[in-house]
Design a protein around this ligand. Structure first.
Ligand SMILES: Nc1ncnc2c1ncn2[C@@H]1O[C@H](COP(=O)(O)OP(=O)(O)OP(=O)(O)O)[C@@H](O)[C@H]1O
Length: 241
C-alpha cells in the first residue's frame, strides 16, 4: 500500500501563505500532476512531503504512517524519494558512486560489489549505462537529470516526487523520459509530477491537482482541469503579470 494522504496542509513564510489548507491523495501506482502558475506553492508542497520543510498545520501520511515534520532521512526511509528542479548531483564522484551513495541510505542499505552491481542496473534503467564511470560534473544536464533519478530509485521509493524532471528534454528524450516514468508507475510506484511540459502531463497523469496562491483550485483528469476556466484564468493571469 503506497498511498499518500495529505490533509489540510499549511505553510506560511512570514506573512505569505505558500500552502493554504491543501488536501489531496495519491493512490498506489497513480501519477498525480501538481500544476499551477509560478509561485503557486508546488515546490513548497514537495518540500513539505520530503521533510525539507515542516508544515505549520496539517497531516501527511504515507501508507498509513504519519510523516509530516519528520527529518528528510526518516521520510526517505519511509519510502519517499525526489528529484530537484535544479539538479543536485555529487559532481566529483562518478555516476556509479553517486548511485552507490544513494544505496547506502536506502531502507535496506547495500555496499561493496553488491551495491556496484545494483548501481549498474539502475544506471542502465535510466539510460546511463555507458556513463557509469563518467564524473557526474562532466555529464550533460540531461544526463545529470537521469543520474538524479537513478539515485532516487536507489531508495526503492514507494512515492517518487519529480520536480520538473522532464523539463528541457528534446522531443526524443521526452518520449524516452515519459516511457521511463510510466514504467515506474507500472511497478506500483506512486508519483507526484510537478511539470510545465503539458504533453507529459497529458500522457502520464491519471489525475491533476491545480494550485493557485497556495490553495487547490481544481482536481480531475488532465483534460478536465486544463479546460477549467478558473485554471485558465490562473495561468493567463500569471503570464500577463
Ligand atoms: N523559503 C522561503 N522563504 C520565503 N518564501 C518562500 C520560500 N519558499 C517559497 N517561498 C514563497 O512561497 C511561494 C510559493 O513558492 P513555490 O516555490 O512553492 O512555488 P512554485 O509553484 O513551486 O513555483 P515555480 O513554478 O516558480 O517553481 C512563493 O511566493 C515563494 O516566493
Amino acid at each position: 500500500m503506497n498511498s499518500l494522504r495529505i490533509s489540510q496542509l499549511r505553510k506560511t513564510f512570514g506573512g505569505l501563505t505558500a500552502v493554504n489548507d491543501l488536501s489531496f491523495s495519491v493512490e498506489a501506482g497513480e501519477i498525480v500532476g501538481l500544476l499551477g502558475p509560478n509561485g503557486s506553492g508546488k515546490t513548497t508542497v514537495m518540500n513539505l512531503i520530503s521533510g525539507a520543510l515542516a508544515p505549520d498545520a496539517g497531516d501527511i501520511e504515507l501508507a498509513g504512517r504519519p510523516i509530516a515534520g519528520q527529518a528528510p532521512h526518516k521520510v526517505a526511509h519511509a519510502g519517499v524519494a525526489r528529484t530537484f528542479q535544479l539538479v543536485r548531483v555529487l559532481a566529483d564522484m562518478d555516476a556509479t558512486e553517486n548511485v552507490v551513495a544513494g544505496l547506502a541510505f536506502s531502507r535496506e542499505p547495500t555496499w561493496g560489489a553488491q551495491a556496484t552491481a545494483r548501481a549498474g542496473e539502475l544506471l542502465a534503467r535510466v539510460g546511463l549505462a555507458r556513463h557509469a564511470r563518467t564524473l557526474a560534473g562532466e555529464l550533460t544536464y540531461i544526463d545529470q537529470k537521469r543520474l538524479e533519478l537513478a539515485r532516487a530509485l536507489a531508495l526503492s521509493p514507494r512515492l517518487l516526487l519529480l520536480d520538473e524532471w522532464l523539463a528541457g528534454l528534446n522531443p526524443s528524450e521526452l518520449l524516452e523520459g515519459i516511457a521511463l516514468v510510466r514504467s515506474l508507475k507500472d511497478e506500483g510506484v506512486s508519483i507526484i509530477l510537478v511539470e510545465h511540459v503539458m504533453d507529459a502531463v497529458h500522457s502520464l497523469c491519471d489525475r491533476c491537482v491545480v494550485m493557485n496562491a497556495g490553495a487547490k483550485i481544481a482536481e480531475g483528469t488532465p483534460a478536465a482541469v486544463l479546460s477549467d476556466p478558473e485554471v485558465i484564468r490562473a495561468y493567463l493571469g500569471d503570464a500577463s503579470a
